[in-house]
Write a protein that binds this ligand. Structure first.
Ligand code: ATP
Ligand code: MG
Length: 296
């Protein structure tokens, strides 16, 4: 079971007291690797006996991990953080239910979801620092087991915040990207795109038109939002049913005054041009594309 499956299985059964405990653990993660048990209940304002009774259940449900030596202490698991983020989205009236995976990869898991007004949205769980995984065979089920670097949560939270900020910066200029809706911790809720990444198309429909649209969006991003995507590739461009494109996956963006901005812009454009050259024999040079993007 993946971290999010674990979180979703238990999330609806969590009571406000459980959330308080998870939150009390979260607020002390900077001070301790494992938060001492006696430090948890004062932050929850719950009676110590109540906390003592709930901690083993949260551990059993894989939202907390505990150590007994040299002292009794707890820290949050990936699923524990997922539950806190889900709770924040639910509390903000943004999320009602999570549906199926839209993309599960190395650095993020993206799911479709429903708002309380039945609007379909996408939720992205950043998973930076998910270093390795192995498949373990359990009866007939395959489960993926991941290991995380110690500061994965911090890295993932920064990535989610940065991506949210990028989507906010782009919105006023109609750069075709998902619209940001809400963010909490390592997660981000945005509009759902019905489309498939460019790399999945055996043949690109109207390739010249699509390339022009990509370049036009890179130009708007550059001159209006004053940023550069910095991870642009066919994987991060979705084509919708109406054949318009959307650019996703923005956490690595840089401002146009960044020391490496021009280098990153070149790399972004080269990734796209190489793809269109290889696949559709469209021979626009990097110089021509750069000139187009840079000219005002
Ligand atoms: N707003 C969205 N609407 C629909 N699908 C989305 C949306 N955002 C992302 N996806 C799907 O999730 C996949 C991964 O998203 P994204 O590219 O943002 O993450 P990533 O950091 O590249 O993750 P990975 O390591 O999985 O590639 C995309 O290829 C796409 O299929
Ligand atoms: Mg991507």
């Amino acid at each position: 079971m993946s971290a999010i499956d674990v979180a979703l299985k238990i999330f609806r059964q969590l009571e406000p007291e459980d959330i308080k405990i998870l939150h009390a653990v979260e607020t002390q993660t900077k001070q301790y690797q494992y938060i001492p048990e006696e430090r948890i209940s004062p932050k929850t304002k719950l009676p110590p006996s109540e906390v003592q009774y709930r901690l083993p259940n949260l551990t059993k449900n894989h939202l907390l991990q505990h150590q007994t030596k040299p002292y009794k202490g707890y820290h949050l698991t990936t699923s524990g953080y997922d539950c806190l983020a889900l709770n924040a989205h639910v509390k903000a009236n943004i999320l009602e239910a999570i549906g199926k995976p839209l993309g599960v990869g190395k650095e993020a898991d993206v799911y479709d979801a429903l708002t309380p007004t039945n609007q379909q949205v996408a939720i992205k769980f950043h998973r930076l620092g998910r270093t390795s995984f192995q498949q373990t065979k359990r009866k007939r089920n395959y489960t993926q087991q991941y290991t995380y670097t110690p500061n994965w949560h911090q890295q993932s939270t920064l990535a989610a915040k940065k991506e949210y900020k990028a989507l906010k910066l782009l919105q006023p200029y109609n750069v075709t990207a998902p619209k940001p809706i809400h963010h909490s911790r390592h997660t981000l809720v945005m509009t759902l795109i019905n489309g498939a990444p460019l790399n999945l198309y055996p043949k690109i429909p109207h390739p010249q038109k699509i390339l022009n649209e990509i370049l036009n969006n890179v130009k708007k991003t550059y001159h209006k939002a004053n940023i550069i995507h910095a991870d642009l590739s066919p994987y991060n461009i979705l084509i919708q049913q109406d054949l318009h494109i959307l650019i996703i996956d923005w956490p690595q963006y840089v401002p146009t005054n960044h020391p490496n901005a021009q280098q990153l812009l070149k790399r972004d454009l080269k990734n796209i041009l190489d793809f269109f050259k290889r696949k559709e024999e469209i021979k626009l040079t990097l110089k021509e594309a750069l000139n187009y993007v840079r000219e005002t």
